[in-house]
Design a protein around this ligand. Structure first.
Ligand SMILES: NC(=O)c1ccc[n+]([C@@H]2O[C@H](COP(=O)([O-])OP(=O)(O)OC[C@H]3O[C@@H](n4cnc5c(N)ncnc54)[C@H](O)[C@@H]3O)[C@@H](O)[C@H]2O)c1
Length: 251
């Protein structure tokens, strides 16, 4: 197993991409702390990981609250003695993203990443510690007039690369993933509302399909593992070629 004896924390982990990341890290042997505000889904994930033979615990908390993240870190210290992997994944609700709500997006999408990294670093076992920050293709190109979301996602990359300069010499690598459209339950609801949407989006992807939460989870596993020990400050697109090719010019 690639993460034997490692301890990981994932924010906003009860559903979507975070859920797939928590499951994948646990499958590879990590003990996974699940942060989320959705207690029902968080506890269900904890049970599912344990049923599969993995180790995890759900701790209710708002990832943008310094107090809740401090409680998560103190629980990790008491239960596990430290931390090896932090995945910042949390996102405010889709209404906030589409509505360009500055306050909720800065609090949940950006400040939470800063809070969690600063709270996690003193606990991280070094060398070999890794942070994976989930950004978005919206950091790289404009999509759908989600201006504030795009700005926050770009800021995550700047924050990660700047902090990689300070913390990589101290044994903590910090990398980003920029996913394209990843078919979570949230997207499935959109596709039900607008039946043509999935096909329209798929046409934009050179690889010929949309992404799955597992596609991002596999990338996060790699960046968090010792296999990526020479990789820090990197930005990995997991987007089926979306940002590499303008498909409007293809036949
Ligand atoms: N799904 C996509 O197509 C896509 C594309 C690019 C980037 N991303 C990024 O991937 C990450 C995950 O997105 P997703 O689509 O899986 O989201 P999602 O909405 O499916 O899941 C988000 C989770 O965060 C939780 N949450 C919300 N506010 C919280 C808070 N304050 N504290 C703790 N938990 C909270 C929710 O309860 C939920 O479980 C985000 O950073 C998002 O920007 C997603």
């Amino acid at each position: 197993m690639r993460l034997q004896d490692k301890v990981a924390a994932v924010t906003g982990a009860a559903s979507g991409i975070g859920r797939a990341i928590a499951m994948r890290l646990a499958q590879e042997g990590a003990t996974v702390a699940i942060n989320d505000i959705d207690a029902v889904a968080g506890q269900a994930l904890e049970s599912e990981i344990e049923r599969g033979g993995g180790r995890s615990f759900y701790l209710h908390g708002d990832a943008s609250s310094q107090r809740d993240i401090a409680a998560l870190m103190s629980e990790l210290k008491n239960r596990c003695g430290g931390l090896d992997i932090l995945v910042n994944n949390v996102i405010a609700g889709s209404a906030a993203v589409a509505g360009n709500e500055w306050d909720s997006l800065t609090e949940v999408c950006l400040r939470s990443y800063w809070i969690a990294m600063n709270a996690a670093f003193p606990l991280m076992r070094r060398p070999g510690a890794g942070v994976v920050n989930i950004s978005s293709v919206n950091a790289l190109m404009g999509f759908g007039r989600e201006h504030v979301y795009s700005g926050m996602k770009a800021a995550i990359i700047g924050l990660s690369r700047s902090m990689a300069g300070e913390f990589s010499p101290l044994g903590i690598r910090i990398n980003c993933i920029c996913p394209g459209t990843i078919v979570t339950d949230r997207w499935k609801e959109e596709f039900e509302r607008d039946p043509g949407m999935q096909e329209r989006l798929t046409r934009l992807y050179p690889i010929g399909r949309l992404g799955s939460p597992e596609d991002v989870a596999n990338a996060a596993l790699f960046l968090a593992s010792d296999e990526a020990s020479f990789i820090t400050g990197a930005v990995l697109t997991v987007d089926g070629g979306l940002t590499a090719v303008n498909t409007a010019f293809e036949k």
